[in-house]
Design a protein around this ligand. Structure first.
Ligand code: ADP
Ligand code: ADP
Ligand code: MG
Length: 544
């Protein structure tokens, strides 16, 4: 046996499955005795965008901090004299030698965007303009502010702006610097697809700047964006929280495909027992089962009508998953709150008479309570084998059951909130941005947990998300929002996937093709033959 499957192999494996074992070699960095160890480092390369893809807790941020010169790797020794000479000795003759030499000689400048932008207000006291002016070494502030739509918050204090705004300000502040090496630790959290595309283009343009030899290194979980943006990719694998290994660079296409496949070719290493597959389901034919609810046209505005939302009348069927897509600030969360009965419409009536379970976008769990006590207070099924298989296991709850809710990281809190939402007996489950803070595997597992739960319970789910892979895997039909963010939003009735995706992507002016090997959706290069053809055909997503 391979060590995982003791009795009968559930994978019908012809090959022996070797899951990663901690290496015998000395690590690049270890945080302490028996603490997390990182093996290898990614290699930034001039004129290129280098990506890093891997699960949470595998050492991506550690590697970025090391290359940015903020952490001297200790090579596994804890005698307090970690130094770059020793690191250079270790990497002599490798592609990193050159980089480390330059870093030691102070020959290069680096700019880093940290992963947790929420920390920025604690470190900076002032408004957006002051922060950005301080970093504008390239004299490009006006352009960045315009393209990232930062104008409305220029005079607002940094500690009063939202997560998505803070993310764009942090990216602008990093890209405004005149550096040789840029390190961007996660670029999409809180951003909508249009904003993600803008950020990807800005990073690409800096890499392609013929006047300078800039290297860009990007950590990212949104595969569509990573695929579009990166030239090469380091896959990080291992055991989260225990050890992580950086592979040599792969082409971005192979890197993503091998990652999804769960098998690294060059390394001859299985990193996950099962593969993640994108079935090329032609847009799902809705089976038009039993109607769950028919709702009329509704509208809602805030304040003196600074923002107004109009929702077309529609019908929701039992057992379907409705995807909801649209830009930030367009009224998606408002719709979720209307359906959940948390707020009332101005016009139109929602007398649903349904049990609704709602996971809000911003999760506030601040009871001083353990995860297991919290979840068992929600459902009697807590701890049954059924609940364990359907909820605890796909949401990886076991390792955090004994932790306090208040101690959880963003991704852990998200998984507990999804579990809490699905554990509540209901007719309609409303989940607002469940992918936020999750890594690729967690997204896929959360997605299948939501789908399976809806199917097994004839329950209906409404899921708002910006991750197009997640929506593709999850949704039977799509509600599309358009309008002008922060002013006016309009929601269509639920549409077939093909029509909905066309509607949504035409607005964004992007088309997708399917990867030949894995069937996963890939964004076409603007102006490429496929892009132009699909736009002519009006097939933005499900092209032949
Ligand atoms: P990733 O960016 O891939 O999510 P990180 O590099 O942030 O992973 O962390 C990898 C592991 O190292 C985690 O288990 C984390 O808890 C641990 N770790 C990170 N920073 C420290 C630190 N300063 N001291 C001890 N452990 C740390
Ligand atoms: P989305 O979920 O699509 O990002 P929201 O529904 O959260 O959008 O918000 C739509 C608009 O309504 C935004 O401009 C937001 O600032 C505004 N808004 C949301 N909630 C309130 C409220 N309680 N009072 C006033 N304005 C609000
Ligand atoms: Mg990280």
């Amino acid at each position: 046996t391979c060590g995982i499957c003791v009795e009968k192999c559930p994978f019908d494996a012809i090959e022996i499955i070797n899951l990663p074992q901690e290496l015998d070699d000395e690590p690049t960095h270890r945080y302490g005795d028996n603490a997390f160890a990182l093996y290898g480092l990614p290699v930034p390369s001039p004129g290129n965008v280098t990506g890093i893809l891997g699960p949470n807790g595998i050492g991506k941020s550690t590697a970025v901090k090391a290359l940015a010169g903020e952490l001297v790797p200790n090579l596994g020794e804890f005698d307090d004299d970690a130094n770059w000479e020793a690191v250079l000795d270790r990497y002599r003759g490798s592609e990193l030698q050159n980089y480390i030499t330059q870093l030691m000689d102070d020959d290069i400048t680096v700019a880093r965007k940290p992963q947790y932008v929420d920390q920025i207000p604690k470190q900076f006291d002032g408004n957006t303009r002051e922060l950005l002016e301080q970093t504008d070494e390239r004299g490009v502030l006006d352009e960045l502010v315009e393209r990232l739509s930062i104008q409305p918050i220029m005079d607002q204090s940094i500690d009063s702006i939202s997560g998505g705004e803070l993310q764009r300000v942090a990216i602008a502040a990093t890209l405004a610097r005149d550096a040789d090496f840029y390190f961007l630790d996660e670029i999409t959290p809180y951003l909508d697809i249009g904003q993600r595309m803008v950020v990807a283009r800005l990073i690409r343009e800096l890499a392609d700047d013929p006047e300078a030899d800039r290297s860009m290194l990007v950590v990212e979980h949104d595969l569509a964006i990573l695929d579009l943006l990166a030239d090469t990719l380091h896959v990080a694998y291992g055991e989260p929280g225990v050890f992580g290994v950086m592979t040599d660079p792969k082409s971005v296409r192979n890197g993503i495909n091998e990652y999804l496949e769960g098998y690294l070719n060059n390394e001859n290493m299985r990193i996950r027992p099962e593969s993640i597959t994108f079935e090329e389901h032609a847009p799902r034919e809705t089976s038009r089962g039993t109607p769950l609810v028919e709702y009329p046209e509704i509208s809602k505005s805030y304040g003196d009508g600074e923002f107004s939302l109009d929702v077309d009348a529609g019908m929701i069927y039992e057992g379907e998953v409705l995807g909801v897509v649209g830009p930030n600030g367009i009224g998606k969360s408002t719709l979720a709150k209307l359906f959940a009965g948390n707020i009332d419409p101005d016009d139109g009536e929602l007398d649903f008479n349904l049990d609704i379970s709602y996971k809000p976008q911003y999760i506030e769990i601040d009871q001083p309570m353990r995860v297991d006590s919290f979840l068992s207070s929600i459902t009697d099924e807590f701890g049954t084998s059924y609940w364990n298989t359907e909820i605890a296991q796909p949401l990886q709850l076991d390792p955090i059951m004994e932790q306090q809710l208040t101690d959880l990281s963003g991704g852990e809190r998200q998984r507990v909130a999804i579990a809490a939402c699905l554990s509540e007996p209901a007719d309609l489950y409303v989940l607002d941005e469940p992918s936020a803070h999750l890594d690729v595997e967690q997204r896929v597992q959360a997605t299948s947990a939501i789908r399976r739960y809806a199917e097994n319970h004839d329950a209906t789910a409404l899921v708002i998300d910006h991750d197009i892979y997640m929506i593709d895997l999850l949704a039977d039909r799509l509600m599309v929002f358009d309008g002008e963010p922060a002013k006016h939003g309009h929601a269509t009735e639920p549409q077939e996937m093909r029509a909905g995706m066309n509607d949504f992507l035409a607005d964004l002016d992007i088309t997708f093709r399917r990867d030949e090997g894995t069937g996963r959706p890939r964004i076409n290069k603007p102006g490429s033959q496929k892009d132009s053809q699909q736009k002519r055909d009006g097939e933005y997503y499900y092209s032949a």
